[in-house]
Write a protein that binds this ligand. Structure first.
Ligand SMILES: [Zn+2]
Ligand SMILES: [Zn+2]
Length: 367
């Protein structure tokens, strides 16, 4: 094989940021260029040449906020990866692939009962696969969960990195809601995850999708990409928002029951608003992560015959469906992704940490 390297080039997290518990003093973390050996591939493993790796909120959590990785640093972060297989399992060599962000063990009771997305033994690049992660030139991974990229047309392979995480977790969340064609939905928050929930709901045959957010520009863009209605919630009470949604229901003659509500902000106000909108036979799915606690009268669930559910990751089996929505242009990724050279990783992390970028940043190896 001509494309097999002597060494893997990588940007390792040497040390994450550390905050002293007593003094509150912060020791800055470091992402450093490193060279590591190409491991001997085990049967069923392949070496993937990375085309792009997306910067996810989770990576920032590991680096800045003391969220521990399963494999201890130094390790390479990054779990949103697309690339080309260059060695290993012969039937994969030369193929373009997406590496699922979480790969189930396929042995445990959860895996055997269709809940492998929450397998407790799952492997995740840039977290629990030793030193290997996506912010590298190459990564060794098992081939069993790879999603082959076919007919990508004019979509760059590096853009498809977002299918590894940002675009697939929403699909699992939608299935988790019990969504059926013709259902109505509200999506609270249209950032990296929420905007794909909106797009995929519509692609999957939702009747009406209402997007809620605090900034007008992304809401306007969402109206071009799947949302039927956009409600700007800035400085509005939950009563005001409920009133606007009621007006939309009236205008379109929609039922008040059985709405699917997705909380994708990971914030307390977002969750409170979503809960206030949950009504008769509705389902709320918690997609966003935040360390808040909330007051809620659980008896409302009883009275409404309603449900609140959590959702985690996405089964590798669903990746081809999501990829098909992207390559079939049923969902738009091009307007929601930007690429940067991987050598700017330190600046990019700082930028994304300071403010969540409007377009997902995918780092492209330039070693
Ligand atoms: Zn992620
Ligand atoms: Zn398992």
């Amino acid at each position: 094989m001509t494309n097999v390297p002597d060494k893997i080039q990588t940007w390792q997290m040497a040390t994450p940021f550390r905050k002293d518990r007593e003094t509150g003093e912060v020791t800055p973390g470091k992402l450093e260029k490193a060279e590591i050996a190409v491991p001997e591939l085990k049967p069923g493993e392949v070496l993937v040449e990375v085309a792009g790796c997306g910067v996810c909120h989770t990576d920032l959590g590991y680096f800045y906020d003391g969220v521990p990785t399963v494999s201890k640093p130094p390790l390479t972060l990054g779990h949103e990866i697309s690339g080309t297989v260059v060695a290993g399992d012969a039937k994969w060599v030369g193929k373009e692939v997406i590496i699922p962000a979480v790969m189930p063990c396929r042995q445990c009771i959860l895996c055997k009962t269709g809940k492998g997305n929450r397998c407790l033994g799952q492997k995740m690049p840039g977290n629990s696969m030793g030193i290997y992660g996506g912010f590298s030139s190459h990564i060794p991974v098992p081939s069993i969960d790879l999603c082959e990229v076919k007919d990508r047309g004019d979509i760059p392979l590096e853009h498809l990195a977002v299918v590894a995480d940002a675009a697939t977790s929403p699909y699992q969340a939608i299935l988790r809601s019990g969504f059926k064609m013709g259902d109505n939905a509200i999506v609270m928050g249209i950032g990296g995850i929420g905007q794909y929930i909106v797009q995929e709901l519509k692609a999957m045959g939702a009747n009406t999708v209402i997007a809620l957010a605090r900034r007008q520009e992304p809401l306007d863009k969402m109206l071009l990409n799947g949302a039927d209605f956009a409600v700007n919630i800035k400085d509005k009470s939950s009563r005001d928002v409920a009133g606007e949604i009621k007006a939309i229901r009236k205008e379109k003659g929609l039922a008040s029951t059985d709405w699917k509500i997705f909380e994708a902000t990971g914030s307390k106000p977002g969750a409170e608003l979503a809960l206030s909108l949950l009504s008769f036979t509705g389902t709320m799915v918690v997609v966003g992560y935040g360390a808040y606690k909330i007051d809620y009268a659980l008896s409302r669930l009883m009275a409404f015959d309603a449900e609140i559910k959590g959702t985690w990751g996405c089964l590798p089996e669903y990746y081809p469906t999501v990829l098909g929505m992207v390559t079939g242009k049923k969902i738009n990724i091009s307007d929601y992704v930007q690429t940067r050279p991987m050598s700017t990783i330190n600046e990019v992390f700082e930028e994304a940490h300071a403010q969540s970028p409007e377009k997902r940043i995918v780092l492209v190896p330039d070693f």
